[in-house]
Design a binder for this molecule. Structure first.
Ligand code: ADP
Ligand code: MG
Length: 252
């Protein structure tokens, strides 16, 4: 396939993407490519453009220039947020957004029922297939023992997992996760790394995180953003010893 004359096999392909806010370049000719079933860690100082990159991928922000292509055939710069979610791109924001008054199990059920569309319902009957999927999702996000608790009673880390479970109910092909370890205990952080590694067996994952212990745990290719472009990319060892990365980010 080709969009704008480009050929790619990547699941997600960004090229020369720029975003300008009132003359300030939040993204500056950013190019990045993610393979199917690849997990990529994104690091970089505050203001580097990490969240803005996710905004472009999910259609929340339109780039001023550049290419953003999903599955070599969908031009993300032309689609609205709902259509992009429908393609199988799920996004986990920093703050957990779960239905606090509902049980953990019902939160997952709501996510299953929404079928990537709004206006969920709890009142239709739960099929056997749905029950099996709920069980599997709860197990996956380590919340089987909390299924009957109100989501509002969960710890911060558990709420993050519940939201990840709700996203998994949509069977995303690409999951974007923004700073999941923030506010988590060390154990929750380690469990989250395990969970994301499991998810990456069947989907691509792009995870932004400052916690270098967590990033090391993931054991994946790392991209360091700075001033809206890629500063360095490669193994964590290579990136974290890169002189410029140390200068602008790690050495602070
Ligand atoms: P990061 O997630 O790497 O910390 P962001 O993508 O949030 O960085 O922000 C990149 C830069 O763009 C920052 O300087 C931020 O202030 C600016 N920015 C982000 N969103 C907006 C917006 N909607 N309007 C104006 N400036 C913005
Ligand atoms: Mg951010």
């Amino acid at each position: 396939m080709a969009i704008g004359g480009l050929t790619t096999n990547a699941l997600l392909y960004l090229d020369n993407v720029s975003v300008t806010f009132d003359g300030f370049r939040a993204l500056n000719a950013l190019s990045l490519s993610i393979d199917a079933q690849e997990m990529r860690a994104i690091i970089g100082p505050n203001g580097a453009g990490k969240t803005t990159m996710m905004d472009v991928i999910t259609g929340k922000t339109r780039p001023n220039q550049g290419v953003a292509v999903f599955e070599a055939s969908h031009d993300l710069t032309k689609l609205d947020e709902a259509s992009i979610a429908e393609l199988g791109i799920g996004r986990k924001f920093q703050t957990p957004t779960v239905f606090e008054m509902h049980t953990v199990e019902d939160n997952i059920l709501l996510a299953l029922k929404t079928d990537r569309r709004p206006f969920p319902t709890l009142f239709s009957k739960r099929t056997k297939a749905e029950k099996e999927r709920i069980d599997a999702l709860l197990e996956r996000v380590r919340l089987t023992g909390s299924r009957d608790r109100k989501a509002g009673e969960l710890s911060h880390g558990q709420k993050q997992w519940l939201e990840i479970g709700m996203l998994l109910a949509q069977e995303p092909k690409l999951l974007l996760v923004d700073e999941p370890a923030a506010g988590m205990t060390d154990q929750e952080t380690a469990d989250t790394a395990d969970l994301l590694r499991e998810i990456a067996k069947t989907a691509s994952v792009v995870v932004v995180e400052h916690d270098m212990v967590f990033v090391r745990d993931l054991g994946v290719k790392v991209t360091c953003l700075h001033e809206g472009s890629v500063l360095a990319e490669g193994s964590l060892d290579a990136v974290s010893t890169n002189e410029r990365v140390v200068e602008v980010y790690l050495g602070r």
